[in-house]
Design a binder for this molecule. Sequence first.
Ligand code: HEC
Length: 160
Amino acid sequence: MNKAFLFFFGWIAATVFAEDLDQRQSLVMTELQRDHIRKEMRALLSGTQNILAALSENDMAAVVQHARPLGMNMTHKAEGHLKEILPKEFMKLGMSIHQDFDQMASDAESLKDSKHTLRQLSDSMRKCVACHSSYQIRTTVQQPTSNHLPGHHRDDEHHK
Ligand code: HEC
């Protein structure tokens, strides 16, 4: 009982603290939706690493092979249900990075110029940086028992 009580207030303190520190715009979604975004993000990171490794060997065929899956094709999987909850600007940045990877793939195929691809990748990664510095994700509380409590408490915080 006592432990649960301490845990609960510890959790609230941590939540409020985190809110104060992180000023980025919050995207509120379910754990499942967040998991989907995180998986896509990890694919972007490992794909980017693969592209860099291929570039370092001047293997332009491998660059094409690793850039293609990060293109617009990637968005057909499950972005439909995320579209409604994500802000327009976020979607725009996301879509444009997928377009970049398509462009990278087709340029790598036709020009076979690793320096050109490197420049494209570097420019494109500004969008990773821009998005990460603007947004954070918060998930909706899903446990039915604690559903109303944290929100209630946070309301009090805002009204003082
Ligand atoms: C349109 C916005 C957007 C763009 C563009 C974007 N990201 Fe992300 N990324 C996010 C958000 C939001 C999170 C935070 C997810 C969370 O809080 O769970 C994230 C998290 C991540 C993570 C952590 C994943 C995890 O398992 O926790 C990695 C790695 C990542 N991004 C890599 C990249 C790379 C590499 C690029 C560019 C090639 C990129 N992202 C572009 C929005 C974006």
